[in-house]
Write a protein that binds this ligand. Structure first.
Ligand code: HEM
Length: 498
């Protein structure tokens, strides 16, 4: 090419365009020829014929709980599908689930968790894996120690639950003649408010959440959590400049407000005697072997994680529990007898944990409506799931919901029956068949916190009310990461205790 020609911008543009076209062309050919199931054992069946290019994409967004993924999992203990050319293995057999959930080879979270990481931060224990996770988890676990939860967090849970029960009494009690039995309310809104209040008070160590900075944090949390969850089902939101800007602004406000609180707590650290809130606990946590402490940004990531992982989950489980109990008067009657037998005493951990029937109700609620209907991992190295070979970098999803409805272990699975979990019957359920909190090393760190919280809220509310379903309201379920009931409308009736 002569040098004059090379100086023409049009020639440069044409050359660049030709190069770009060749790269794109090459990528398209590579994509069309690629085997979506490379490295996935060919003995694993596919549940349905899928398009070579799109794979299971047309089945998204999935509608819970009747999504096709759930039906496939009910049909096959293990199957493979693909999204574009990314393979995914679905599992609903308890032995195979154990190989995924309990395995050091598969502790990397699924790539979809990148969407969560953007919100909760890259050092969150929900996201990290390997050595990084171990180092942080060891210190964060100190804050979730049972004695700490019972001594420092339970009184806040009980007080907050009682305040919200009192608010409900003021607002909706149906035995007021002017309101009558026609006024129903959305219990999910109510349980979300209680759970949000509890987590805010326990994370920040405040007695009420009215202060402007806490209200800002709660607002950003709700907005951010909503956007993060929505992106799972509408990936195009990632390319919407307005939503992107809004989400980034929320995250940056959230982090800067939490950073201020962490800074203040750090300055007061010498005066803080106990660890009555998560921030103080994390600032004080220390690895005795290595001397390692949690830095400020890591603490901020965990604070957002506790909100994200710990308020929707408990809140929706509570809403489902109220919903199920309201439809089963015999269960409600038995529960009320157990609660009333306590008398008007302070709710301690010993007393709450002694409520055996309440415990069965919570377990059965978590079986029917596990907030995490699937647990997903990415294989970090070559390995085996049962007899099947799996390569590095394959997405694996354990379908908790399908496992909880397996007739072999849960006869008549659509029936709400807390007695499935009584001492006798529970022996027939294999450990990895029922996994609302996952199991093993990467199980829910907040399990004990959540169970006490849910017990405190249920007792505080059933001490004051009974609930009946609104016969005109229909139930809807929102497809988010957690199973969210929208509009669980109940009618509250204040109890007149003799
Ligand atoms: C009914 C209530 C809850 C349920 C059913 C639940 C369920 C789960 C499940 C299934 C996992 C494993 C997720 C995975 O491996 O992908 C998990 C992890 C986690 N949960 Fe919960 N959770 C609940 C409440 C809470 C609460 C109250 C907190 C905190 C205050 C919390 C904090 C966490 C954290 C930090 C993790 C990540 C643990 C790790 O990977 O080391 N959860 N939860």
């Amino acid at each position: 090419m002569d040098s004059q020609l090379l100086q023409q911008p049009a020639v440069w543009i044409a050359t660049a365009a030709a190069t770009a076209a060749s790269v794109v062309g090459y990528k398209i050919i590579k994509f069309t020829k690629a085997d979506a199931y490379e490295g996935v054992d060919e003995r694993i069946p596919t549940p349905a014929p899928l398009s070579n290019y799109l794979g299971a994409i047309p089945y998204l967004p999935a509608e819970f709980p009747s999504s096709v993924f759930h039906r496939w999992s009910a049909m096959l203990p293990i199957y493979k599908i693909h999204f574009f050319k990314l393979p995914m293995v679905g599992i609903s057999d308890h032995q195979l689930a154990k190989d995924i959930i309990n395995s050091g080879s598969f502790d990397e979270k699924h790539k979809a968790y990148d969407l969560i990481s953007r919100f909760v931060g890259s050092k969150s224990i929900l996201i990290t894996y390997g050595e990084e996770w171990k180092k942080t988890h060891k210190l964060v676990a100190q804050t979730f120690n049972v004695a700490n939860i019972e001594k420092n967090f339970l009184p806040t849970m009980v007080r907050t639950a009682e305040i919200h029960a009192e608010r409900l009494a003021e607002k909706y009690a149906s035995n007021r003649p002017s309101v009558g039995s026609m006024t129903s309310f959305d219990i999910d809104k109510c349980t979300v408010a209680v759970a949000l209040d509890i987590i805010a008070k326990t994370v920040f160590g405040v007695d009420n959440t009215e202060a402007e900075n806490i209200q800002t944090i709660l607002h950003c949390m709700e907005q951010g959590a909503f956007e993060t969850q929505r992106r799972f089902y509408s990936p195009f939101r990632l390319y919407n400049p307005w939503l992107l800007w809004k989400h980034n602004r929320n995250i940056s406000t959230l982090r800067s407000e939490i950073r201020k609180i962490v800074g203040e707590r750090k300055d007061q650290l010498d005066e803080i005697q106990d660890t009555r809130d998560f921030i103080a606990s994390m600032l004080k946590a220390r690895d005795d072997e290595t001397g390692h402490l949690l830095d400020e940004e890591t603490i901020i990531d965990q604070c957002i994680t506790f909100f994200f992982a710990g308020h929707d989950t408990s809140a929706h489980t509570l809403a489902w529990a109220f919903y199920l109990i309201s439809r089963h008067p015999e269960v409600e009657a038995k529960l009320l007898r157990e609660i009333d037998a306590l008398g008007d005493v302070e709710l301690t951990a010993l007393r709450l944990n002694g409520l055996k029937y309440l415990n069965l109700i919570i377990k059965e609620t978590l079986r029917m409506y596990p907030p995490g209907p699937a647990i997903s991992r990415n294989t970090n190295r070559k390995g085996k799931i049962g007899q099947y070979d799996i390569n590095k970098d394959v997405g694996c999803s354990v379908h908790v919901l399908a496992m909880h409805y397996n007739e072999q272990y849960f006869p008549n699975p659509t029936r709400f029956d807390p007695e499935r979990f009584n001492e006798e019957n529970v022996k027939n359920i294999p450990p990895f068949q029922y996994i609302p909190f996952a199991k093993g090393e990467r199980s829910c760190i907040g399990q004990k916190f959540a169970l006490l919280e849910m017990k405190a809220v249920l007792v505080a509310f059933y001490r004051k009310f009974t609930f009946t379903p609104d016969p005109w309201a229909s139930l809807k379920i929102d497809a988010m990461i957690t199973l969210q009931p929208t509009a669980v409308r109940l009618i509250a009736k204040e109890r007149i205790l003799k």
